[in-house]
Design a protein around this ligand. Structure first.
Ligand SMILES: Nc1ncnc2c1ncn2[C@@H]1O[C@H](COP(=O)(O)OP(=O)(O)OP(=O)(O)O)[C@@H](O)[C@H]1O
Ligand SMILES: [Mg+2]
Length: 207
């Protein structure tokens, strides 16, 4: 039987692959129309390469990161790859995750993406979905919510973050070449991050 962590990555992969055209269309508006293609290629490869019965969450996340780095390319490959590698470190040796583990994983992901991409919040990138998502998750966790409640809060904030990217100018990546013309468009990377978080929530909800 496939391990839980494999099942979760498979759920993320299914969502990214199903939204390949949508993500690519978003990137056509403010980038080079490859985000969905890049991401779907990476996750298709990950599905084929990941060990299905491995229960060590860190090991599976690490392998996912390595595959995404080697197969996605562009800006998002190294960024998502780094995010998975950092998450892997935070989850090393674990076969179950607590609410607190989730918080630490999100912290590690943000640290990795910031370090790799040299971006901050408000630059119209994936960080505009992930940072508010982390804050909402942490607030829910500190307020005593269970994992499902924390993931709900995380996804709601990520969705708002994606909406927020429509209102701001890109100052990182290819979209920054458009300057003010990037305003009004939703960031592709923030959108794929939202899809990722929603897939994790869906996976946990389904038990
Ligand atoms: N420095 C950065 N930090 C965080 N995220 C970034 C950064 N640069 C780009 N991104 C994210 O990557 C997404 C674009 O990913 P894509 O797969 O299309 O790579 P790309 O075409 O090489 O990107 P680009 O040339 O726009 O940087 C953007 O929507 C944005 O969310
Ligand atoms: Mg692109």
């Amino acid at each position: 039987m496939a391990s839980k962590v494999y099942g979760c990555i498979a759920k993320i992969a299914d969502s990214i692959i199903a939204n390949k055209e949508f993500l690519t269309e978003l990137d056509r508006e403010i980038g080079d129309a490859d985000h969905g293609i890049n991401m779907a290629r990476g996750y298709t490869e990950a599905l084929g390469q990941l060990p299905q019965d491995e229960t060590d969450i860190g090991a599976v996340l690490k392998k996912t990161g390595m595959v995404l780095i080697s197969k996605v390319g562009g800006a998002s490959g190294p960024l998502y790859g780094t995010a998975y590698m950092k998450a892997a470190k935070a989850a090393a040796g674990k076969t179950e995750l607590t609410v607190q583990d989730g918080k630490e994983i999100l912290e590690a992901i943000i640290g990795g993406i910031k370090q790799r991409g040299k971006a901050e919040r408000g630059e119209k990138t994936m960080l505009d979905a992930i940072i508010p998502a982390y804050e909402a998750y942490a607030a829910a966790a500190d307020g005593g919510k269970d994992l499902a409640g924390c993931l709900d809060a995380m996804c709601a904030a990520a969705k708002e973050g994606v909406e927020y990217t429509k209102t701001i100018r890109a100052t990182k990546g290819r979209a920054s070449y458009l300057g003010d013309r990037s305003i009004g468009h939703q960031d592709p990377g923030a959108t794929s991050s939202l899809l990722t978080m929603e897939a994790v929530r869906g996976f946990v909800e389904e038990g």
